[in-house]
Design a protein around this ligand. Structure first.
Ligand SMILES: NC(=O)c1ccc[n+]([C@@H]2O[C@H](COP(=O)([O-])OP(=O)(O)OC[C@H]3O[C@@H](n4cnc5c(N)ncnc54)[C@H](O)[C@@H]3O)[C@@H](O)[C@H]2O)c1
Length: 316
């Protein structure tokens, strides 16, 4: 298969791209920056907010692409609260990806987020109860608008899609905390250095997804969408269990043999404080079966971080 991955220099894109190559597929990555982790992923530098859509279409035609996995985005909720114009850029990128899929006549997988559910304190959230009137942040709004574009393209132009709503993906290729502070690598970094950590929201409970489980779900989506077995569906893709940030810090402390020094502050604006995914639809229609509980994922993550050596490749 020939797959185009937008945002291929990011965490999920890097893991997905390497996995596809490993199993013998061809990929083309597009991103606005070089991949900081590996030179193995063929990458075209394209800024999807400014480069015109015809550039993406040219690449699709030139590389005989059969499906787009659209991951490119500004993916940090709190940054978009500070700079909401970047949320609008997310919408532009999704529009460009959907347009390219329409013009090329190929299916698209869109990376959405649990943020579309807002902070509604549901213990179990299934796909049918996204409540778009409670968009929690500009990032949530960008994912809601992105999903709406994808649905409208299926409706008006018969562009087949799968939408995945991811949740706190962690694991390999996520420790670039100088670019983007994600809670798991940030806590690992600080606890391992003996530095204190701050938890914004003592009760905050989230569904942490080990990256291999996330990639497993996307691979199943690619296969089933290309075969026509599944199309025009929206899935929660997570582990399906809640853990508090205190649990996360304690598991990291346990794996490192260090007692974490934790202090608490109130939740920040725009943040979701409770989310546990109902993943039964993905289990039933895709055969998705996440295999890595947080305790095991954290151990793998820490082992990977210790073994990882950053290669000497350009970063921009
Ligand atoms: N990782 C998670 O926990 C999580 C959770 C929910 C949703 N998502 C969504 O999944 C997708 C992938 O997430 P990730 O964790 O790999 O994020 P990431 O930030 O690691 O990767 C996103 C990539 O998009 C690229 N990008 C940003 N603006 C661009 C532009 N104008 N043109 C081209 N490329 C651009 C970035 O350079 C980056 O490499 C995103 O859409 C994100 O919103 C991720």
């Amino acid at each position: 298969m020939n797959i185009l991955i937008t945002g291929s220099s990011g965490q999920i894109g890097t893991n997905l791209g390497l996995r596809l190559l490993e199993r013998g597929d061809s990929i083309l990555g597009i991103d606005k920056r070089h991949n900081p982790w590996t030179t193995e992923l063929p990458t075209k530098i394209v800024d999807m907010t400014t480069d015109c859509g015809s550039r993406i279409l040219e690449l699709i035609t030139g590389y005989d692409i059969q499906l787009i996995v659209h991951l490119a985005a500004h993916a940090k909720v709190f940054e978009l609260v500070r700079e909401p114009s970047r949320a609008l850029e997310n919408v532009t990128m999704t529009f460009r990806a959907a347009e390219a899929a329409r013009l090329a006549g190929i299916p698209i997988i869109f990376a959405s987020s649990r943020e579309v559910y807002g902070d509604i304190h549901r213990h179990i959230t299934n796909e049918s109860c996204a409540d778009f009137v409670v968009a929690e942040s500009p990032y949530s709004a960008s994912k809601i608008a992105g999903e709406a574009f994808i649905y409208s393209y299926a409706q008006c132009y018969s562009t087949p899609y799968i939408v995945f709503r991811f949740s706190n993906v962690y694991g390999r290729y996520d420790n670039d905390i100088d670019r983007m502070e994600r809670v798991t690598p940030l806590f690992i970094h600080r606890i391992s250095q003996g530095e204190p950590i701050v938890i914004f929201g003592k009760e905050k409970t989230l569904d942490f997804t080990y990256v291999d489980d996330c990639v497993q779900g996307i691979l199943l989506g690619i296969e089933k969408l290309l075969s026509g077995e599944v199309k025009n569906q929206t899935f929660n893709l997570a582990y399906g269990q809640g853990n508090s940030l205190v649990d996360l810090a304690n598991l990291i402390g346990e794996a490192l043999g260090i007692d974490p020094n934790i202090s608490f502050k109130p939740t920040q604006a725009g943040e979701v404080t409770r989310y546990i995914a109902d993943i039964s639809l993905a289990r039933n229609l895709l055969g998705y079966n996440p295999a890595t509980p947080l305790s095991e994922g954290i151990r793998k993550c820490i082992e990977w971080g210790k073994a990882y050596k950053r290669p000497d490749i350009p970063i921009n």
